[in-house]
Ligand binder design. Structure first.
Ligand SMILES: Nc1nc2c(ncn2[C@@H]2O[C@H](COP(=O)(O)OP(=O)(O)O)[C@@H](O)[C@H]2O)c(=O)[nH]1
Ligand SMILES: Nc1ncnc2c1ncn2[C@@H]1O[C@H](COP(=O)(O)OP(=O)(O)O)[C@@H](O)[C@H]1O
Length: 197
């Protein structure tokens, strides 16, 4: 057995990153890919964020998001209850800290689906986190998906596409890029990265 060089620590038994961040522009397919993966692998734990955005038809409180008022969001932030938070296209979004911490302390994998600003904050506070970028096959396809989803009025779509330009330019900051051409393929690749055993 090779000796451990002096001055370095032995490699810990499990060096796999437990925290995975999935980011990518609005409409690229993050929710679709994660939902597809969790349909077959419900054991993959996804953090449920708090948001001041209004629910879309079909979105459930506590499942897709915790839908909160501006005042409630102020309190969550002031009380330090969010691991990170950001303003995106006119609404605030944040990751509740306690549930994530509990899982990480138990050595369980955690998946966050958050925006670029949030991904950068996580990288600062947890450098061991792995950052995964979901990219569209092309700009035209991103516009098509965001428009085709039909959940936002044109001015909100414009705002999100403006943000998408900044987000696409930040792709090199991420550890891995997955191009969302096929939902099935990307869901499989993401599952391997999240490494749920
Ligand atoms: N920083 C941060 N971003 C979040 C959080 N939850 C969701 N987001 C991001 O906020 C952005 C807008 O989310 P949403 O309004 O659901 O739109 P969608 O991504 O187009 O479905 C997306 O980039 C989400 O990944 C969070 O807790 N923190
Ligand atoms: N690989 C794909 N091919 C074609 N359409 C897709 C694909 N992935 C997602 N979509 C569609 O694109 C739209 C945006 O997907 P969504 O998951 O809501 O994106 P995000 O969560 O990143 O905002 C939805 O209408 C969804 O059905």
């Amino acid at each position: 057995m090779a000796a451990t060089p002096r001055g370095t620590s032995p490699v810990p038994p499990d060096v796999r990153p437990r925290l995975t961040v999935l980011s990518g522009p609005s409409g690229v397919g993050k929710s679709t890919v994660v939902a597809h993966m969790r349909k077959e692998h419900p054991e993959v734990w996804l953090s449920v964020s708090a948001t001041t955005r209004k629910p879309r038809p079909g979105e459930q409180h506590g499942v897709h998001y915790f839908f909160v008022s501006d005042e409630e969001m102020d309190k969550l932030i002031a009380n330090g209850e969010l691991l990170e938070w950001a303003e995106f296209a006119g609404n605030r979004y944040g990751t509740p800290r306690a549930a994530v911490q509990e899982r990480l302390e138990n050595g369980e994998p955690v998946l966050l689906e958050i925006d670029l600003q949030g991904a950068r904050l996580v990288r600062e506070s947890m450098p061991e986190a792995q950052l995964v970028f979901l990219a569209p096959p092309s700009w035209e396809e991103l516009v098509r998906r965001l428009t085709g989803r039909g959940t936002e009025p044109p001015e909100v779509i414009e705002r999100r596409l403006e943000a998408a330009k900044t987000e696409l330019a930040a792709e090199p900051e991420f550890d891995t890029t997955l191009v969302n051409t096929s939902v099935e393929d990307v869901a499989r690749e993401l599952l391997a990265l999240v490494d749920v055993v």
